[in-house]
Write a protein that binds this ligand. Structure first.
Ligand code: ZN
Length: 143
């Protein structure tokens, strides 16, 4: 009964990659800002560039940051101030709402574009950041 093998193999090959190809009207997520409840604002690469360009790289609100990528912890009050001072940009309103409604004093930036293990990120913020990411999505995403 070797005839049953061939259709199974071809069906498997046909499915390969199908779900992984992003639709053209949905840009690839480049950076996400999350609060401790898991509410998020997702930026594509162009939007993330604007975010950093118009907020001074978020430095004024950064509590702790990975030196090797864009992942960092932001203070919500300082982030609101930064956004008040910045010209409007894509998702700035959503980000301001996230900051206003955050359940804690911090929100968390996760760099999705770089595969960074955050090995150089050594202050206590690194642990807080990792704890939140593990709580929200499981250990698998913290890379
Ligand atoms: Zn990093």
């Amino acid at each position: 009964m070797t005839a049953t093998v061939a259709p199974t193999e071809s069906a498997r090959a046909g499915r390969r990659y199908g779900a992984a190809v992003p639709a053209p009207d949905r840009p690839v997520a480049d950076l996400v800002v999350l609060d401790a409840d898991g509410h998020d604002v997702v930026f594509d690469a162009a939007e993330a560039r604007d975010l950093h360009a118009l907020t001074g790289g978020l430095e004024g609100a950064t509590v702790s940051a990975c030196p090797s990528c864009r992942s960092r912890i932001l203070a919500v009050v300082a982030l609101s101030d930064l956004l008040d001072d910045a010209p409007p940009f894509a998702r700035s309103g959503e980000l301001a709402d996230l900051a206003d409604d955050a359940p804690t004093l911090h929100v968390y930036v996760r760099d999705l574009a770089q595969r960074c293990a955050h090995r150089e990120w050594r202050d206590p913020g690194a642990e807080e950041w990792a704890d939140v990411m593990i709580e929200l999505a499981g250990p698998v995403i913290v890379r």
